[in-house]
Ligand binder design. Structure first.
Ligand SMILES: Nc1ncnc2c1ncn2[C@@H]1O[C@H](COP(=O)(O)OP(=O)(O)OP(=O)(O)O)[C@@H](O)[C@H]1O
Ligand SMILES: Nc1nc2c(ncn2[C@@H]2O[C@H](COP(=O)(O)O)[C@@H](O)[C@H]2O)c(=O)[nH]1
Length: 400
């Protein structure tokens, strides 16, 4: 099969079918020597499937591995070639499910391609509108106060931050709720899900398995919130090596004696567990301070001071004075045409039902895309160019 010289052609976008072909609900996008056919129908059912015809392989269809969560089927879509991915606009779908990306040449896809020699790799990622910042990984030894700091943050800024609910094989503590504090799970179930590629990272921590599922991070992005991950140093290292862009913060105790006091006073661990966690803390602190994984180190001596410093790192002073309100959803006109000018995608309603509807233009700005598979693609911005009252809420607070 071999690698197609797609770099240059991706930039130029040498051919593009923007509209679904009637009856087949497929689009085809040509990138270099490859033709990406997306969608299809079988027995009256629509599906979103990717097929690749490769001219380097004598014009044969090649095997394709589709990574990431796929969009659910729809009856038609438009496809627009961007630099390293194809933008998919689903017709007739919910406002929070109409923008998707099929990554064809991103760093993640290239990495995965090396592991899947002999097949073509593509990756799906849903688009999230707005300027949500990259996730924050908070790490540090057990008992240092990570959970306490995160609770303060979520309480003060409930609409800004969302917690990535991890999976764990440890037993729940008294007040802990399944699905809120953790997804409490059986070891064999979690191991199977890890094998199936559902986890962004996982680690054996203090004798139990812990992990962050891709879905846990996606759920927070879908809610338009900045994702907070509370994970150990091994997990932080794995996330650092993954395609997920994040800010990494290590929380350090003022001393080992104080750490021991906090762990004991919390009263959630057996004596054996306390000793195990303290032993592990030594190594974690050394790695946290010297491994180069972390962008910032915060000392949690006085809780109030530490919390203020955390807020500064997260730019929350700025947010407090200039709250940003961004539209989170888009109501795509059911019938539309799509064109591309530089980094702007113009979506034009072609409905003849209402005269005024034909004036409805939506501009999708893709110049600041962030993130991507595995997980969501952030940084999509929307503007209405020629709006009408029903379709556009110009104050940026409601659906377009
Ligand atoms: N700055 C502080 N000064 C004194 N006590 C603190 C401080 N920060 C947190 N604590 C207390 O220390 C205990 C441990 O805090 P917390 O549970 O938040 O730690 P953690 O890092 O999340 O631990 P784990 O990794 O085990 O979940 C709690 O009882 C909390 O109230
Ligand atoms: N690598 C990961 N570590 C995680 C995850 N969720 C939590 N943790 C870390 O485990 C220890 C112990 O937590 P506890 O709730 O049993 O006290 C702590 O350091 C957490 O940060 C995860 O998904 N991945």
């Amino acid at each position: 099969m071999g690698e197609a010289p797609i770099g240059q052609d991706l930039q130029n976008g040498n051919d593009n079918d923007f509209e679904s072909k009637s009856g087949t609900f497929e689009t085809s996008t040509i990138i270099g020597e490859k033709k990406y056919v997306i969608g299809g129908t079988a027995g009256g059912t629509f599906y979103v499937k990717v097929q690749i015809l490769d001219n380097n392989c004598l014009g044969e269809w090649v095997n394709v591995v589709e990574l990431g969560t796929k969009p659910i089927s729809c009856n038609g879509h438009s496809a627009v070639l961007l630099k390293d991915r194809i933008l998919i606009l689903k017709k007739n779908s919910n406002p929070d499910d109409c923008i998707w990306f099929l990554e064809v040449d991103t760093t993640y896809v290239r990495q995965q391609q090396k592991k899947n020699l002999g097949t073509e790799v593509v990756a799906w990622s849903k688009g999230v509108i707005g300027n949500v910042e990259k996730p924050v990984v908070i790490s540090g030894p057990s008992g240092v106060g990570k959970g306490t700091l995160i609770s303060l943050l979520m309480k003060e800024f409930p609409s800004m931050f969302g917690f990535s609910v991890s999976h764990t094989t440890r037993a729940p503590r008294g007040m802990e709720k399944d699905g809120v504090h953790y997804h409490f799970t059986e070891k064999n179930v979690m191991e199977k899900e890890i094998k199936d590629g559902k986890f962004l990272e996982f680690a054996s921590v203090h004798g139990n398995l812990y992990g962050t599922s891709v879905e846990a991070v996606e759920l927070v992005s879908d809610a338009g919130k900045r994702c907070i991950l509370d994970i150990d140093v091994q997990g932080a290292r794995s996330v650092r090596a993954s395609p997920l862009e994040a800010m990494f913060i290590f929380i350090c105790p003022p001393s080992m004696d104080e750490l021991e006091k906090r762990l004991r006073d919390r009263g959630t661990e057996t004596e054996e567990q306390v000793l195990k966690r303290l032993r592990n803390a030594q190594a974690e602190i050394e790695q946290g301070r010297s491994s180069g994984i972390f962008d910032h180190i915060l000392f949690n001596d006085n809780l109030e001071d530490c919390y203020e410093n955390l807020k500064k790192l997260l730019g929350l002073d700025e947010y407090a004075t200039t709250p940003k309100s961004v539209p989170k959803e888009i109501n795509l006109p059911r019938d539309h045409s799509v064109s591309k000018i530089d980094d702007k995608i113009i979506i034009n309603s072609t409905s003849s039902k209402l005269e005024k509807e034909s004036k409805n233009l939506i501009m999708l700005d893709v110049s600041c895309l962030k993130g991507g598979a595995p997980g969501r693609t952030r940084g999509l911005n929307i503007e209405a160019i020629d709006s009408f009252s029903e379709g556009f809420n110009g104050n940026g607070n409601g659906p377009i």
